[in-house]
Design a protein around this ligand. Structure first.
Ligand code: GYE
Length: 334
């Protein structure tokens, strides 16, 4: 896993000083409160970590959840409290508040949307509980509200998808429809932007773009609507494999051949997507690595030990065409 590091020694020193100051004048924390002290509630040496997951919307998410649950185990020094927010921000905020009330040692979460986190992150900071972001970003201006953000560069992923489309179809005047991820989420915003910038200046035209909320069912429904509204679609750009797989169903139901009559480009490279690519129903996939558990465990341990951590850990992604998918499938982990 390749990483980009931004030094933050000064920042760490500053937030440590801020925490000390906070402890000295705190009137709300009861005497002997162990919130954030390293053994909250468990009575042993395990690190209690509250993780608020987005939901169970996609194959990518299932692989991500498995990675987190398989890594943050008691054998590895963790007591994991896991909750599924069913793609709703209010559920995530509630889960984070409950982790604060329980006095966990660390809170980690994958924010369903980018905006609206400052208040609850301030509450965690006031309680002295460090927060680690995984997978998706927040748009908070105050970077002291979290310790580290571990995840892929979604703008780059969108660019890689757009570059492949430009390399293969520029000059043919093709018409593209876009299946966007969850409205307001970092991967939907960034992948759209990256794709648009990569095809800028070509004769490739995005004729329609709507959210399919990262699910197979909504991807299918939105694609059905696209097919009814337009009879000149050449290519689908789906922000994840699952929506691309839903689009395949809609295209086949309309009597067309996915991968031939209508080309498909997606992001994620999870097993079902890679199989469809190997079968020729998807034409190109940009990877998004969901195996974030080991990095999360590493960063959480360092934060608890008082060590400084990288503010941003960028997970490196590859891309696959049909031949590469056939070669990769037998040993693919997710
Ligand atoms: O691409 C999609 C999932 O946030 C990177 O969320 C993640 C995205 C992933 O639902 O399949």
């Amino acid at each position: 896993m390749a990483r980009t590091t931004f030094g933050r020694g000064a920042l760490a020193a500053l937030s440590a000083a801020a925490l000390l100051a906070l402890g000295a004048c705190s009137t709300t924390a009861p005497e002997g409160s162990d919130a954030g002290s390293g053994d909250a509630g468990s009575g042993d040496d395990l690190i209690t970590i509250g993780f608020s997951q987005v939901g169970a919307e996609s194959g990518w998410r299932a692989a991500n959840t498995k990675s987190i649950q398989d890594t943050l185990t008691a054998e590895n020094g963790f007591d994991l409290k896991f909750s599924d927010a069913q793609q709703k921000q209010e559920n995530q905020i509630q889960a984070i508040r409950s982790y604060i009330a329980q006095g966990v040692d660390v809170i980690a979460f994958s924010p369903v949307v980018e905006s609206g986190w400052d208040a609850v992150l301030e509450e965690a900071k006031t309680a002295g509980i460090p927060v680690i972001l995984t997978d998706r970003a927040v748009d908070s201006q105050d970077e002291t509200l979290y310790e580290s953000f571990i995840g892929s560069d979604f703008v780059l992923e969108g660019e890689m998808a757009g570059q492949w489309v430009a390399e293969n179809f520029d000059g043919q005047g093709i018409k593209v429809v876009e299946l966007q991820g969850t409205t307001g989420s970092a991967p939907a915003i960034d992948r759209k932007e990256g794709f648009a910038s990569a095809i800028a200046g070509t004769d490739i035209e995005v004729i329609d773009s709507q959210t399919g909320n990262f699910t197979r069912a909504e991807g299918k429904t939105v694609m059905e609507g696209f097919l009814q509204a337009h009879d000149d679609i050449d290519l689908v750009f789906a922000h994840n494999d699952d929506m691309g797989l839903g689009a395949i169903e809609a295209i086949e139901a309309a009597g067309l051949t996915p991968g031939e009559d209508i080309k498909i480009v997606t992001i994620d490279a999870v097993k079902d997507g890679m199989q469809a690519l190997a079968d020729g129903k998807i034409n190109y996939i940009v990877e998004c690595n969901p195996l974030l558990g080991p990095d999360l465990a590493d960063i959480a341990k360092k934060v608890i030990a008082g060590e400084s951590v990288e503010k941003r850990i960028v997970v490196k992604d590859e891309a696959f065409d049909q031949e590469a998918a056939v070669a990769a499938l037998p040993t693919r982990e997710y």
